[in-house]
Each structure stands twice: as structure tokens, then as C-alpha cells.
Design a protein around this ligand. Structure first.
Ligand code: 48F
Length: 264
């Protein structure tokens, strides 16, 4: 059989379009493919919900690949180690409650587990805005990242989703959009994004979990985005809080979906 380039191209276009069309109406849209988003996406997809992840960059994994200062190792505490083990990541006991893992193994395993669980990934896609109905987030406005980078004047597209999770890390890009469009209405002490505080690993790990919640009707925050929204400190290259936050976000959203009579 002689290969036909047209056939190769047609398969790619058709498969991608089918998946995009089938993702116009989602249970959950996750913005950001770092560790928090990946765990949330994995857990929700595993439950049978229709979940898509929109990641601005070409590759998923966010800030986890580089470990700390590009030493590609990560540190977690006991509970984080347990999450990694559940995914099949090898974890080393470093003593006194510290555990380590190879960041490349950790990220690649999370990505593989999440996609195999049914998470639909749209990489190179930036969520630039949300859609709203009566002060509730009901979807995302998306565009190709290269369009945004080139500053091209091209209108975006929109998808519907019953819930959105902002897992965009330090930048809290979805929360910032909502803050701009509906000033003073976030479910934070000041009604605005509080901004992240300086590095304090211990406190940050605790607070990441506490801060993982709904911040505006239909919009949840997970991972570093939770601390940046609610004013918690950054934590540095310790990643248990990210994994546990992703898990908690999935639990909260799953409960909310079931409350609405969701699939699952
Ligand atoms: O930053 P990131 O890894 O977020 P996270 O899951 O984990 C944080 C840690 O990596 C680290 C830390 C813990 O020690 O503080 O920083 O909370 O992943 C966020 C992802 O979101 C993407 C971005 O490219 C990154 O991969 N992202 C950001 N804004 C957008 C976006 C956007 N508007 N649309 C799509 N993706």
C-alpha cells in the first residue's frame, strides 16, 4: 500500500474536529494542565464525567517538569506520596516525613493516566474569557495560543460547561477575567483576587487545600491558583498540595454535578 498524504491529513482533521465538536457541551472544563489540573481531570474523567482540559502550551505538566530550579526532582509529604503511588509513580522515602519522586516520571504518569481515563486534552489552546449567564460562569471562550501570541485580530470560539476549574497556577487567568468583568463579586474576603504571598512551604501546603473551592458560581480554583485567589503563600518545589488540591476540586465538582443530576 502506498501512503497517501491526503489520507493522513484527513484522518487528523476529522478526528480532531469530532473531538472538538463533541466537547462543545461539557460537564467540566479545566483550564491549565499542571499537576492540580491533571489530577482533577483524571479523577473526574474516571467517574465518567465529560471533561476537557485546555492548556495554553504545547505540552502539559505546567511547573512540575523542572522540579526545583530545574533539578528535576520533586518533594512531597506522606499524603502527596500516597497520591503519587496510586498513580503508579515510584516514590522514595527520604525520612522524617519527606518523600521524593522523579519529576519527569511524575508528570508523564499523570498525563498518561488522565488521558487514558478519558480526559480530552486541547493543548495549544488558551482560555481567554468565560461565558456567563446571570452571574454564573457557564463556559469558556477559547482561541489558539499562536493566535494570541501573534496578536492576530481573530474572533475566538466558545464552549459550554456546567463547571469550570481554574488550574492556571500563579497567574489565575480565569479568576482574573471574572474579577475584571464582574468587579467585587468573587467569594473571597475582599471580593477580589487576594494575590499570592511570599514563599512559606508548610503554610502554603495546608492552605492550598483549604483554598480549593468555588470562587464564583460555576467556577472553582485548584492548585496554586487557589492560593493566589485566596491570598495564600507560594510553596516552592513541594507538590503534595497541588495533587491533593486537584483531588479535592474533583470531589467538590463531582458532588455539585451529582447535585444537578449529572452523568458520572
Ligand atoms: O503552573 P502550573 O503547574 O499550576 P498548578 O497545577 O501547579 C503549580 C506548580 O507547578 C508550581 C507550584 C507548586 O510548587 O507553585 O508552580 O497549580 O500549571 C498551570 C498551567 O496552566 C496553563 C499554563 O500554561 C500551565 O501549564 N495556563 C495558564 N493560563 C492559561 C493556561 C490559559 N489562560 N489557558 C490555558 N492554559
Amino acid at each position: 500500500m502506498e501512503l497517501d498524504e491526503r489520507r493522513i491529513s484527513a484522518v487528523i482533521v476529522r478526528r480532531f474536529m469530532d473531538r472538538l465538536l463533541d466537547s462543545m457541551d461539557l460537564d467540566v472544563a479545566i483550564v491549565g494542565g499542571g499537576p492540580a489540573g491533571l489530577v482533577a481531570g483524571h479523577n473526574l474523567a474516571r467517574e465518567g464525567f465529560k471533561v476537557a482540559m485546555f492548556e495554553r502550551k504545547l505540552s502539559l505538566g505546567g511547573g512540575m517538569w523542572g522540579g526545583g530550579m530545574m533539578f528535576n526532582q520533586i518533594v512531597v509529604q506522606e499524603e502527596g506520596a500516597q497520591v503519587l503511588r496510586e498513580f503508579g509513580v515510584r516514590v522514595l522515602d527520604e525520612g522524617e516525613g519527606y518523600y521524593s519522586a522523579d519529576s519527569v516520571e511524575a508528570v508523564s504518569t499523570l498525563i498518561s493516566s488522565a488521558t487514558r481515563a478519558g480526559l480530552r486534552v486541547f493543548n495549544c489552546v488558551t482560555a481567554e474569557d468565560v461565558t456567563m449567564r446571570e452571574d454564573r460562569v457557564v463556559g469558556l471562550v477559547i482561541t489558539w495560543t499562536p493566535v494570541e501570541m501573534a496578536g492576530l485580530h481573530v474572533d475566538p470560539l466558545a464552549i459550554r460547561s456546567r463547571f469550570v476549574i481554574d488550574a492556571t497556577g500563579h497567574d489565575i487567568n480565569v479568576v482574573r477575567v471574572v474579577e475584571r468583568k464582574v468587579p467585587g463579586k468573587l467569594m473571597t474576603p475582599t471580593g477580589r483576587a487576594e494575590g499570592e504571598k511570599s514563599l512559606w512551604s508548610h503554610r502554603a501546603e495546608e492552605l492550598t487545600l483549604e483554598n480549593t473551592r468555588e470562587v464564583f458560581p460555576g467556577l472553582y480554583v485548584a492548585g496554586m491558583s487557589a492560593n493566589a485567589t485566596f491570598g495564600g503563600p507560594r510553596m516552592g518545589p513541594i507538590f503534595g498540595g497541588m495533587l491533593l488540591s486537584g483531588r479535592k476540586a474533583a470531589q467538590l465538582v463531582s458532588r455539585a454535578l451529582r447535585g444537578q443530576g449529572g452523568r458520572g
